[in-house]
Design a binder for this molecule. Structure first.
Ligand SMILES: [Zn+2]
Length: 616
């Protein structure tokens, strides 16, 4: 998804970090309020379900962390998901038919699923299971199988349910369902659940590695609304004022499965690839926004050209490149990317939001991290693609300018990678983990890596982590999982050198390396200072008058004779990310200024409210 502070530039939307897990409880109470509506509106409740559905648990609002053994023992073969979306009641009815193969003998099936839903029926291989055979007290649905499932055997579980799904507060950063309306009053509905997970609307394995091999979607909506979705369109049927849209997608990321419903019009064209084949591009935009949509649609082809040239083949070319206009900013929903940047014009000449979310088709959907701890592989590469695209389009000034803007937002409070299995919130929430540093610091780290090992090695390593091979061509790769350690191994193999020192300092320590400069006679002495005195043999360039000197810094230190040369510039081409005290001073000044402005605005608001209350 887009970084939370990216939205800071878009008017007055102030989101500094994702809400903490504590505030998840508050969110859950809001969901409970909505859920009780279901009862008031007279939806049928079976006698064995409670009158008031329980609130969404913290477990459901989280995603990731260590996976339960019973889930690790499942291979997820197929998910057939039928949803009926009822805008009037902000409710859904669903039937999920899930097929698994056991990787170890199993007595129970354990699935993540929001407990707010009333389960109406549950079958195993077509046979109805009594309600005492399952329970879902905490958002983890535990199903006792009628008989032990042997290793290598498959099982199909079908779950019919209904309820009022958890509503998003600030999608995509605090996600769930968005029941929005267009300017003309039609329902405009979206889901965005990266932070919370698939379990907010269907029973699933809510971990990065919980991808089903194949998903069929049947999305029923009031006619004449349109429901574009992941993968390939398999047709629409209409009956009694309801339309059902059928879609099929291969290996979608678990949080990439999304519902998008609205009065959409489809804009479509064929992309002719440099690989000699072609595939469809589609943009579902609101009917009322055809003109700006045309301008954005014209950006699809050059963006595809850039990614196919610089990274490799578009991974989902046997399905489509798809984008849908959403009431939230954006999300990397596989083959149906969410776009909500309002067609803003940009000084860089392209829509950064579309370009960022589209990056995730490579970094997120083709390559999926093995754990949330490796999320910088999605967001760092995903963010580096905007400067890289600027460079590809217009040259170095815009490449550097973008990286420098990102540098101003680096926090250096938590390491980008912790080496532990993490929940999504432990990574994206800046109060608990690296937050934005997985975007902006990681993008600057990738820039530094590129200058260190050179373009040939950098892009080869990138292809290897994304595709698992150096010669990706349409048809010779499938989506894959990988983590930080895999990337380090690849960089070492590609370069034939050991670059662990680079990643040890940039990814596994919060503080960036600092270059200590001292003078000795006519010499400039440079020394790398790192956390825990970790070795850091990062070469550094120094411009001495008109001459460029490269210091190898093999033992972390170097010396260059400068005499009275003017100017003396350390790292004149801005190749190396390092601590810059003046950036920190600016950040502290800006924070104080922003805090004061916020306090002033709050005080003003309070005074106005008090004055209003005092009026007779
Ligand atoms: Zn992103």
């Amino acid at each position: 998804m887009a970084s939370p502070t990216a939205a800071l530039t878009d008017g007055d939307l102030k989101i500094v970090s994702r809400e903490s897990a504590l505030s998840a409880r508050t969110r859950a109470i809001a969901a409970f309020g909505a859920a009780s509506l279901l009862v008031l509106t007279g939806s049928a409740h079976a006698a064995d379900t409670p009158a008031k559905p329980p609130e969404t648990s913290v477990l459901s609002l989280d995603t990731g962390g260590p996976m339960p053994a019973a889930q690790a023992a499942l291979a997820f073969d197929h998910a057939d998901l039928a949803f009926k979306i009822i805008p009037d009641r902000k409710a859904i009815e669903g039937t999920a038919t899930l097929t698994f193969t056991a990787k170890a003998p199993l007595d129970k099936l354990v699935l993540d699923f929001d407990r707010i839903y009333a389960i109406r029926a549950l079958t195993i291989d077509g046979k109805v299971l009594p309600s005492k055979a399952w329970s879902n007290p905490e958002g983890r649905l535990s199903i006792t199988l009628p008989r032990r499932l042997a290793k290598g055997r498959s099982v199909a579980v079908a779950i019919s349910y209904d309820g009022v799904p958890h509503e998003a507060k600030k999608a995509p950063w605090d996600g769930g369902f968005m029941w929005s309306k267009t300017e003309t009053g039609e329902p405009w509905i979206a889901t965005a659940v990266q932070g919370e997970g698939c379990d907010l609307f269907w029973p699933c394995i809510d971990y990065p590695t919980g991808e089903p091999k194949l998903v069929d979607l049947h999305i029923t909506v009031p006619a004449p609304l349109v429901a574009p979705a992941n993968g390939v369109f398999l047709g629409m049927t209409e009956k009694d004022g309801w339309r059902t849209y059928n879609w099929r997608a291969k290996t979608p990321n678990t949080y990439a499965i999304a519902l998008d419903v609205g009065p959409y019009e489809e804009m479509t064209a064929t992309y002719e690839s440099r690989y000699g084949d072609s595939f469809p591009m589609s943009f579902w935009h609101l009917k009322s926004r055809t003109e700006p949509a045309k301008t954005l649609f014209a950006e699809f082809t050059p963006m595809l050209d850039f990614y196919e040239q610089m990274i490799g083949p578009y991974p989902f070319r046997d399905e489509k490149m798809g984008v849908v206009e959403t009431p939230h900013l954006g999300m990397e929903h596989q083959t149906i990317n969410a776009y909500g940047n309002e067609y803003k014009k940009d000084v860089y000449g392209f829509d950064w939001l579309l370009q960022h979310e589209f990056a995730h088709e490579w970094f997120g959907n083709q390559l999926t991290d093995t754990d949330n701890d490796d999320m910088w592989l999605h967001e760092g590469f995903g963010s580096y693609m905007q400067p890289l695209y600027s460079q590809w389009l217009h040259g170095d000034m815009e490449y550097m300018a973008r990286l420098n803007t990102m540098r101003g937002d680096i926090k250096n409070k938590s390491p980008i990678v912790s080496g532990k299995q993490l929940k999504e919130d432990d990574v994206y929430n800046a109060d608990r983990g690296p937050g934005n540093d997985i975007y902006y610091k990681a993008a600057n780290v990738l820039h530094t890596l590129r200058t260190l090992i050179g373009d040939e090695a950098f892009f080869k390593a990138t292809r290897l982590i994304v595709y698992g091979r150096d010669d990706p061509k349409p048809g010779n790769f499938t989506p894959r999982y990988a983590g930080t350690k895999d990337f380090i191994k690849i960089v070492n193999e590609v370069t034939g050198k050991d670059y662990r020192w680079f990643f040890d300092v940039y990814l596994y320590e919060p503080a960036p390396p600092e270059l200590i400069e001292t003078q000795e006679g006519g010499d400039l002495l440079l020394r790398w200072k790192t956390s825990k005195d970790k070795p850091f043999p990062m070469p550094i360039e120094v411009k001495v008058g008109a001459k460029l000197v490269i210091l190898p810094m093999a033992d972390g230190a170097g010396r260059v004779a400068v005499g009275d040369a003017i100017p003396v510039i350390v790292d004149p081409a801005s190749k190396v990310l390092r601590r810059q005290p003046y950036v920190e001073q600016w950040q502290a000044w800006k924070k104080a200024k922003d805090d004061a402005a916020k306090a002033e605005a709050e005080a003003k608001k309070k005074a106005e409210e008090a004055a209003k209350a005092a009026k007779p």
